[in-house]
Write a protein that binds this ligand. Sequence first.
Ligand code: SAM
Length: 215
Amino acid sequence: MEIVVHDLRAFAHDRHAIVDDRPYGGGAGMVLKPEPILEAVARITQGRGTHLILLTPQGRPFEQAVARELVEHPHLLLVCGRYEGFDERVRERLCPDEISIGDYVLTGGELPALVVLDATIRLIPGVLGDTDSARYDSFMEALLDFPQYTRPPVVDKLSVPEVLLSGDHERIRRWRRKEALRRTKTRRPDLLRRAELTEEDRRLLGEIEEEKGSG
Ligand code: SAM
């Protein structure tokens, strides 16, 4: 895997390598000119089967499922905006995938590009030391991750759940699944509504409800 950073100014042809200009119609801020971006995309993507991404708060929301989709592409080109964003003709000409990392506005697309890259790259087989690390992460199976503990077994009178010290793999698996369901139900019921639940999941959710009733 290789990451290459390109400077948009290298694709501007005037003496000062200008890549922005005032908006037609007036108003605040500057707009990224279309020609340097169109030229950069044409030169960088040549014959590479590139998946082109424009980072923009107006794009589709970035989530784990999008990272899983992106990791399948052999070559990604992420275009970062600045100022008021891109001249609309960039979108019209290139029809890129447009991605937002959340409903807030940052100064530039550099941090969003790093977020998208990090989440995607860690899904490439071999990038993480243990292939199972990503498998059980939050969102991978539409659920939040289960609570994690490490040594020592007791800290400040707080103990690690007994089941995790039992060495009983089946009990541990069941406990983790149940706690992932409990956490998702409490914090992100929207995810739980979309999740494909197994028979066991439904049983565990029933137990969680009963515990709430008796607690
Ligand atoms: N005027 C634009 C709008 O309201 O849609 C915002 C432009 S923003 C100040 C400048 C650049 O930062 C954008 O072109 C984009 O590349 C990047 N950016 C800012 N917030 C972002 C977000 N939530 N997701 C992805 N990119 C973002």
